[in-house]
Write a protein that binds this ligand. Sequence first.
Ligand SMILES: NC(=O)c1ccc[n+]([C@@H]2O[C@H](COP(=O)([O-])OP(=O)(O)OC[C@H]3O[C@@H](n4cnc5c(N)ncnc54)[C@H](O)[C@@H]3O)[C@@H](O)[C@H]2O)c1
Length: 274
Amino acid sequence: MTAIAIKNAVVTGGGHGIGRALCRRLAADGVGVVVADIEGDAAETVAEEIGGIARQLDVSDEKAIISLVDDTESDVGPIDLFVSNAGVGFGDGESGAISTEGGMNPIDDRWSISWKVNVMAQVYAARAVIPKMIERGGGHIINVASAAGLLSQIGDSAYSATKHASVGFTEALAIDYGDAGIKVSVVCPQAVATRLIGMEDDSGATEGGFNGNAIDGIMQAGEVADIIIDQALEGRFMILTHPQVTNYMQRKSGDYDRWVGGMRKFRRSLSSGN
Ligand SMILES: NC(=O)c1ccc[n+]([C@@H]2O[C@H](COP(=O)([O-])OP(=O)(O)OC[C@H]3O[C@@H](n4cnc5c(N)ncnc54)[C@H](O)[C@@H]3O)[C@@H](O)[C@H]2O)c1
């Protein structure tokens, strides 16, 4: 299926990884794409490659999101699809979820940046663009969360918590605005070979990532982008790019305590390297 009914799309975090692959796929379908990223150079490179428009912004700044939406609507045209894809993860550090060390940031920043980028940026985008879409009678919102928002990310409690919040917020959008013609999808991938998990863009890597741990069913950004766009166009709310996540979800909801026990065992195996 192609995204031909969509004329204009905005993709945040479009400078690298999954966002970049989404920009490429949409452009190949004939969609005009605004590539928005905190890394202006990366956004420029992708925009040049696909014939789109680059926009440098920090998605955690609500005013910047409002300007992105207003400027796109006035300079390019109505936004038919807004993809809130930008996301961050820092890791907990040695002592786990209550660590005061954090990964790449001091503890407060680690939590507050994860909260702002992984959750509030999606809230800001939705409240900037959905009223305009409702006025026009419809539109699409795709929020990229993670399988960590349904299951858990061992070693990153802030990532797990904020991705759960992203899934919860996106559910609320689907429930509140579906009747007004707004199509809403949430994307919950497991591992994808991108910089987020310590790999280079388009490296084609199928193993490795943080700590060199084996990664269950790692996929490439291009494959994931195709599934996301195809399933969003079919009108799916929950987009599970990795088939095994459905099975894990069923196990978790079938017996939550058993699932937590299994995750503890998995965590032990990761720290012992077996
Ligand atoms: N890679 C995975 O294994 C994986 C799995 C599940 C979910 N995800 C999610 O997919 C999304 C894309 O991640 P990715 O794997 O492509 O990572 P990535 O690091 O390759 O790309 C993320 C992009 O977001 C941009 N970005 C970060 N903070 C920003 C900010 N404040 N404002 C604007 N742009 C910002 C980065 O510059 C980068 O271009 C994220 O939401 C991530 O949590 C990734």
